[in-house]
Write a protein that binds this ligand. Sequence first.
Ligand code: HEM
Length: 152
Amino acid sequence: MLPDIQNREDISRLVGTFYARAFEDPIIGYIFTDVARIDLDEHLPVFTDFWETVLFRAGTYKRNALQVHFALNAKVPLEAEMFDRWLGIWTSNVDDHFSGEVADRAKLQATRIAGSMHRRVRGRSGSEFETIGRREALVESGMPTASEAPRP
Ligand code: HEM
């Protein structure tokens, strides 16, 4: 029986093992290593903040993840198969390390956020109303947004 995700340390381990796999992946790995060229040591605390906010409403993530993926999508169109791959790696990585209610939520929220993110990058219109729609889509998906105050 695997333990459930309980705290920031667990999330840190989860995102660390996830990105190690994602970086090596034949379908999406190059986006991290060659396109965005991210330094994992610098980014891991950001990813950890994000998931701590999604799962525990910690309010530690104050950036705009959607904007980051819009910028990325302008360099490499983010396709359905890439989101599927991202989710496949996320889900199997959660299942390899954790099980329980929070682990289930980590998989469910990732699926919702990926779906919402994919729709937003694909349907990007440039319309002046986009900001409104974008925020609604994000709140609906459970993705943390910069303007959403953490719950006490
Ligand atoms: C096609 C699927 C995806 C790919 C290829 C991808 C790739 C990337 C890359 C390369 C970065 C770093 C960008 C940069 O700093 O320049 C990034 C950042 C990030 N990604 Fe994704 N991503 C995908 C989907 C997702 C999904 C579904 C989630 C959440 C459920 C997610 C969460 C994040 C977060 C939280 C960041 C950090 C944003 C920040 O800097 O504040 N990504 N992603």
